[in-house]
Design a protein around this ligand. Structure first.
Ligand SMILES: NC(=O)c1ccc[n+]([C@@H]2O[C@H](COP(=O)([O-])OP(=O)(O)OC[C@H]3O[C@@H](n4cnc5c(N)ncnc54)[C@H](OP(=O)(O)O)[C@@H]3O)[C@@H](O)[C@H]2O)c1
Length: 313
């Protein structure tokens, strides 16, 4: 059975977050305004943005063009890596570009500080071409600023992205307000069961990015996903989106195509055997895969904190 209303889920502070979000990464500025306006008219009420996507001004235009009142829309943005010592500056830029005076959710984009230099403000590199990373930066200092931002009322909730369990454990030692959300890459080829369980136990909502495996993602043609889609008479994308909605994880799905924007809102009730199959997919040989490799690279030591994709059951 399909339903066009995925509803909403609760954050630990009692507020609601719409169960499916619209992704805006790699949505070209020339297309994203129209896509956001179309999405809002189709029923989306949750938009996932970030300063580094370099399209927040156009997203803001799309919101205004839709005619949907600001207070009916859940807007997320993210503190970019080169602003860790000055989180408010990153926030203010996003607020200005989006044309709003508050965010519903503000996330730390990566537990990685990049040091701006003459090569670039947002993606600086060293003379030898490697990313200019400050490996000694204390993420507790970033989080303390996020807590101050929350207290200022400019954002209604704060959280993180791409935080592994060891990083969360470390953050927990000093947090005054816990992160309400951890946004990570999540799909049947990278289900991160352990991390999802940890977050659930702590009352941290998990958001799934790249739920379709990103642009050209091979999960959409995975034979098991396709067979479940045929069984329910829906598209593979509907199965992958429903996989999260069925377990209280919030998927963020990017599209700029009017027809896909509409069809991606359809969810289906997956049964136990479907969920079992999807949960075990990454344990099949060659299936476990991370599709999002940030420009600052796993080769620069990120496996140490985030871990390479591994087989999970
Ligand atoms: N926090 C982070 O570090 C982080 C990292 C990555 C992503 N994100 C967030 O998560 C969002 C989603 O992730 P993503 O953009 O990587 O990937 P995604 O949503 O998994 O996949 C997007 C791709 O799938 C296509 N698509 C959409 N609907 C489809 C359908 N029904 N059938 C076939 N193809 C379809 C889109 O093309 P069309 O546009 O042509 O439809 C696009 O190429 C991002 O936009 C961003 O907001 C956050």
């Amino acid at each position: 059975m399909t339903t066009s209303q995925a509803g909403s889920v609760k954050l630990a502070n009692g507020s609601s977050i719409p169960a499916i979000g619209l992704g805006t990464w790699q949505a070209p500025p020339s297309e994203v305004e129209g896509a956001v306006a179309t999405a809002l008219r189709e029923g989306y009420r949750h938009i996932d943005c970030a300063l580094i996507y370099k399209n927040e001004a156009e997203v803001g235009e799309g919101i205004r063009q839709s005619g949907i009142p600001r207070e009916e829309i859940f807007i997320t943005s993210k503190l970019w890596n080169s602003f860790h010592p000055n989180a408010v500056e990153s926030l203010n830029r996003s607020l200005k570009d989006l044309g709003t005076d508050y965010l519903d959710l503000y996330l730390v984009h990566w537990p990685v500080r990049l040091v701006p230099n003459e090569s670039s403000e947002l993606l600086p590199v060293n003379a030898d071409g490697t990313r200019a990373i400050d490996r000694d930066w204390d993420m507790g200092k970033t989080w303390a600023q996020m807590e101050d931002i929350l207290a200022s009322g400019k954002v209604k909730a704060i959280g993180v992205c791409n935080w592994s369990i060891p990083y969360l454990e470390q953050l927990k030692k000093g947090w005054r307000s816990k992160p309400l959300v951890n946004q990570v890459e999540l799909h049947p080829h990278l289900p991160q069961h352990e991390l999802v369980e940890w977050c659930k136990k702590e009352g941290i909502l998990v958001e799934a990015y790249s739920p379709l495996g990103g642009a050209g993602g091979p999960i959409l043609s995975d034979p098991d996903v396709v067979s479940i889609a045929e069984k329910h008479n829906v598209s593979p994308a509907n199965v992958l989106i429903s996989y999260h909605v069925n377990q209280g994880v919030v998927p963020l799905v990017k599209s700029t195509s009017p027809s896909r924007l509409k069809s991606n809102l359809q969810t289906v009730s997956l049964d136990e055997s479907d969920m079992k199959k999807l949960n075990r997919l990454s344990s099949q040989p060659g299936k476990a895969k991370r599709y999002n490799t940030p420009l600052f690279g796993w080769d620069l030591g990120f496996d140490d904190w985030y871990g390479p994709p591994k087989k999970e059951h």
